[in-house]
Write a protein that binds this ligand. Structure first.
Ligand SMILES: Cc1cc2nc3c(=O)[nH]c(=O)nc-3n(C[C@H](O)[C@H](O)[C@H](O)COP(=O)(O)OP(=O)(O)OC[C@H]3O[C@@H](n4cnc5c(N)ncnc54)[C@H](O)[C@@H]3O)c2cc1C
Length: 350
């Protein structure tokens, strides 16, 4: 590994500055562990993409995503947490202290590590999504569904996540239209059946979202959809060698008040791929069984969306963030109390 390996060894490094990383930082800092938080490519994490958070405990009027994050960072700094703009590219976890290689070539060494790198929702690539994400376009129905009472909304996707989003949204919206690029769902039969039988849910087969209309002031006002009888219509539009296929693509603009992406999440665990930390098939960090944030590697803990494919909420991420810091603190204390190893002792298992 390159970089300056002679840097001081930290007690705790927290990778990620979303709500899980911040909560871990508050707890670790209050335990006098002087944590270093590596903020990563998206300082503040996913909550910085949203306007109002109405389901975080303690804010009866709701709170802006950015404000919640800013306040969390100030709270952690108040107790001595240090923040750096670092993105981890590689990790050596076979030996202790652990070593992290950052994108700028620097190295960070630490006795314990909290991985709070989150999971990025997949985006569709439609025109207008960059501007309107968080302003009527969302990747989380549980978070933003209640803002769409009485609206007509679209759900993009055909798997279990899309069906979950559609069924949840049907509680609030007047109508929910599932837009799927093929002519059959990938979702499990149970979920598909529930969605098909719901009176508020309709389907647009062989159809994709091309463009989102609206503004940050008004929110989403409409969407341009494209359809092709053989499915995957945007691919057909791009196939310049097959102009006939492109000419069969039909466009339609519909009035909608919200668009939800249900095309899955990608956990940010690339830098752990060649380490002894275990990853699920989905890429999520595996923690040990039971109520713990410990992983297969002693001294490495997971918190937030990176280890949670199910709940994916700010409040649950804050919860597992605090657990990771408490677990790390207890582990460091136990390590410090361990008798010094003698040269003849076997190496500690990691
Ligand atoms: C549009 C939107 C609206 C939402 N609304 C709500 C809501 O109203 N209520 C609610 O409870 N939840 C909401 N959520 C979900 C909530 O934001 C997430 O559950 C929460 O942010 C997860 O926190 P986290 O800290 O685990 O991960 P994230 O917030 O994803 O943060 C991950 C952090 O890891 C860093 N990182 C990633 N890779 C690396 C690396 N290699 N090296 C260093 N750092 C790295 C990133 O820079 C980032 O700081 C919403 C999500 C979205 C996208």
């Amino acid at each position: 590994m390159s970089g300056d390996s002679n840097a001081a060894v930290r007690d705790v490094v927290i990778v990620g500055s979303g709500v899980a990383g911040l909560s871990a930082a508050v707890y670790a800092a209050r335990a006098d562990l002087e944590p270093l938080v590596l903020e990563g490519p998206e300082p503040g994490g996913q909550l910085t993409l949203t306007t109002d958070v109405e389901n975080y405990l303690g804010f009866p009027e709701g709170v802006g995503g950015m404000e919640l994050i800013q306040r969390g960072k100030e709270q952690a700094e108040r107790f001595g947490a240090e923040f750096e703009h670092g993105t981890v590219e590689d990790a050596t976890l076979e030996d202790r202290p652990f070593e992290l290689e950052l994108a700028d070539g620097d190295a960070v060494r630490t006795r314990s590590l909290i991985v709070a790198t989150g999971a990025s929702a997949r985006w569709v690539g439609a025109d207008g999504e960059d501007e309107l994400m968080g302003y009527g376009v969302s990747t989380c129905a549980t978070c933003d569904g209640a803002f769409h009472r009485g609206d007509d909304v679209l759900v993009i996707g055909g798997g279990d996540s899309a069906m979950e989003e559609a069924l949840f949204l049907a509680k609030f919206a007047d109508s929910v239209t599932v837009v799927h690029r093929r002519d059959e769902l990938r979702a499990s039969e149970v979920m598909a059946e529930r969605a098909r039988n719901h009176e508020k849910i309709a389907f647009r087969w062989n159809t994709e979202l091309l463009e989102i209309h609206g503004s940050r002031e008004e929110g989403v006002t409409g969407a341009t959809l494209v359809a092709h009888p053989d499915g995957h219509p945007t691919e057909k539009l791009e196939e310049t060698a097959a102009p006939r296929a492109a000419s069969e693509v039909e466009r339609e603009t519909v009035d909608v008040g919200g668009i939800f992406y249900g095309v899955g999440h990608v956990p940010n665990t690339d830098f752990l791929e060649d380490t002894p930390v275990e990853l699920a098939d989905s890429g999520h960090l595996e923690t040990l069984e039971g109520m713990t944030t410990e992983t297969a590697v002693e001294g490495v803990f997971g918190a937030g969306d990176v280890m949670d494919p199910d709940y994916r909420q700010a409040v649950t991420s804050a919860g597992t963030g605090s657990m990771a810091a408490l677990d790390a603190e207890a582990w460091l204390e136990a390590e410090a109390a361990r008798p010094e190893l003698q040269p003849s002792d076997p190496a500690p298992s990691v």
